[in-house]
Every structure is written in C-alpha cells, then in structure tokens.
Design a protein around this ligand. Sequence first.
Ligand SMILES: Nc1nc2c(c(=O)[nH]1)N[C@H]1C(S)=C(S)[C@@H](COP(=O)(O)O)O[C@H]1N2
Ligand SMILES: [Mo]
Length: 424
Amino acid sequence: MPLDLSDESRYDRARLRQWAHGRARSAGVARRDLLRLFAAGAAGAAGVTVAGPLGVGAGTAEAATLPGVVKPLPPELFTVRGTNAETNFAALRGTGPLTPVDRFFVRNHTVTPRLTAAQWKLTVWGDGLRGEPVDFSYERLRELPAVERTLFIECAGNGRSFYTTQQAQQVTGTAWTLGAIGVARWRGARLSDVLRRAGLRRDAVDVLPRGLDDEVVTNGVNLGRVRRPLPVSKALDNVILAYEMNGEPLPPDHGGPVRVVVPDWVGISSIKWVGDIEVSASALYTPWNTDLYRLFGPDQPPEGSAPLTRQTLKSAFELELGARVPVHRTRLLTGRSWSGAAPVHRVDVSTDGGRRWQRARLHDTPRRGGWVRWSVPWTPRATGAAALLARATDATGRTQPETTPHNTQGYLFDAVVRHPVTVV
Ligand SMILES: Nc1nc2c(c(=O)[nH]1)N[C@H]1C(S)=C(S)[C@@H](COP(=O)(O)O)O[C@H]1N2
Ligand SMILES: [Mo]
C-alpha cells in the first residue's frame, strides 16, 4: 500500500523500523559493509567526502577548473571544495530569481561523466513492475507530456561549516558555507508517467534511481553507483526526469542528458545522469539512506534518525563572508531565503549582531520549492567588526532558530548565520 506522503515522516519512521530490523533489502551493498561504515559514522569518521578541520575559506579558491567538472569554475563565482564547487553568494547579487548555470553549485561524488543524448537510455526494471524491464530513449522521454517547474536543489550538508565556526562542533563532510544551493527552471517528463508506462504494480513500494557516474569508494568499501530510494508515493507525486535547466539542454555537470529532480527534498535525492530505475515491491536501502543522510548524534537512536527527506529553512546574504564595507555609506543589503516545507513569507534582518531586527522587503512572490530575494538598506555608523543576521519564517510558521542541534555529519543546518563583515 503506498504511504501517505501528506505526512512524510510516516515514510521516515516506517523505513527506519524496516532498516533497523533488517527487513529492508539491500540494493547492492552487503549489510555487513554498511554496518562497518555505520560504526565508523557513529565514531564520527565516515562520510563520502571527509574534510579536515572545517572552517570558512577551507576551499582552494585559486582553482579555476576541476578535473572532474566540465564547466569553468572562476574563483569569483565558485569556491572549490574537494570534488565539489560551491556558489559564492556574492556572485548572485543582481541576478534574477534563477541561478545562472555558470554559477550553479556542483556536488559530485566522483566525476562528471560525458554522455550524449543519442547514447543515453533509461531502463526501468524490478519486481515492482508487471513485466519485463522497459527502456526509454531520450526521444521517447521528450515525447511524453512536459512539465516545467522552478525548484531549488540544495545539498543536505549546505551550511555545514557553521556547526564548527558558530557552534564549535565537529562534523564530517564538505565544509560548505551557504552556497550548496541553486534554483533553476527544470523541464522534463513526470516520473509518474514513466513508471505507469513501464507497468507499475499496485504493490510497488520503493523506486531507486541510479546514476551512470563511477562507483563510489569510501573507507575501503565500494558503495556502488550513487542511488537513493524514494517511496512510490513521492515518485508519483511531483518528481521530474529533467532534460532542460533554465531553458537549455541539461549541462553535463548537472546530470545531462537526464537527471531526477525531487522537489523540496535533500539534494542527494535528485540523482544526476540517471541510467536506470529499480521499482521494488519491498523496501530498499543503500548507503545513501542508511549510514549517510540520516542524523547521528547523542539525541538520535543508535541507527540514526529516519532517512532525511525535506530540506530545512535558511537565509544568505549576497555578500562575501568577511566583506569590508565603508562606514557612513548607505548600501542595500540583499539576500535570499528558502524552505523545503513551505514558501518563505517573512525575512528579518539585524545589522547589530541580533539586538534589533527590521523586516526585509521581499522581491519575489513566495513560492513553494523556490526562494525569495529580499533587501534592507544599511548605513554602518561605526568602524570595526560587525555581524549581519537574516532570519526567515516560512508559511508553516517556522522561524530559523539560534542554534541547530548537532549531528555528526552536519546535515540540515538551519540556525541564523552570523555573517561577519568589517566596517572600514
Ligand atoms: N549520480 C549522481 N547524482 C547525484 C550526485 C552524484 O554525485 N552523482 N550528487 C548528489 C548530491 S549530494 C547533490 S547535493 C546534488 C547536486 O546537484 P548539482 O551538482 O546539480 O548541483 O546532486 C545529487 N545527485
Ligand atoms: Mo548533497
């Protein structure tokens, strides 16, 4: 029976029980290996991209390219972190509601594969289908009814470095500041149309899209190709198989020719370079919904929280961290806020470290799945160090808190960031 996604946490709890009791079926990795990783994770040592001590500026900003990334990564637009490239928020200033592709962040577990639309096909297979595997060529996918939506893709670890710099906590993983998010206009076919044409059975429960990029090896264990299960109910709800981004064919670094786009959910759900989708009549698990992309920590069960689904609430200034700003000169502070739960309809800004707050002017109509641009004028009156704070509230009534409870892998940071500037 499909799960009711009006309460996504029900899915979380159900999968968590199945995993804990060994009732979920492993898609390609021995449970023993997962448990090994898992033990490492509990000790705080696991993670696909393990960084050293975290800190702002830990990236190598000099790099203009990365061997595993096709597009140029000029240092004014990106900060390179391992195999990944973070968008510099300052580079969004003056751009529209969509992140231009030339500055959209890249999160690669390995390297961007070069695939052509002519060679590409999608195979849908598994015991959740009525019959044999079904292939979809690029052409066939494009013949299906097209949908277009403006949606963010955000890494679950976005903001991770602030656990360390703001809360003095150790975390593993890429030391993102706030730029592991981008908003694009995605065009593609509905995953539901593909699944129905492939002969989805009524008793199917999970679908598992898998990327065509290289297998991921971490801590001496081959995790296989990047893949993370989705419940059938989410897959049928609003998931897109996207072949266009901002009106252009999907570029190689963002999953071209075709990627999955899962609205509101953590970025790992949106599998790039999708090559096949397993449809299963039993629950599936992979490293990406067991030892990764769950919360581990003192307040969590030993096997971790439920698999992460929706993104949280955040705000960012379109300004470098540590920017130098001239005293007595009025400037417009600009930024963006977003939430995985509901449209952001209010943003408050403080320029004095959080004592007084003023309401920001919103420049976009708040919409689910996107972000709002906002601004407040500011005239610094004294020289020296200052902290700028932006605090969003979404339509569920949730406001960004002062601190985020710690988890060892530094996911879902949602606290108000104290953005350092120097008034000169
Ligand atoms: N096949 C594949 N899909 C993937 C990844 C990957 O490395 N391989 N990274 C995931 C993660 S962790 C994130 S946050 C998003 C990043 O999408 P982007 O690189 O287009 O910004 O893609 C997801 N999909
Ligand atoms: Mo991610």
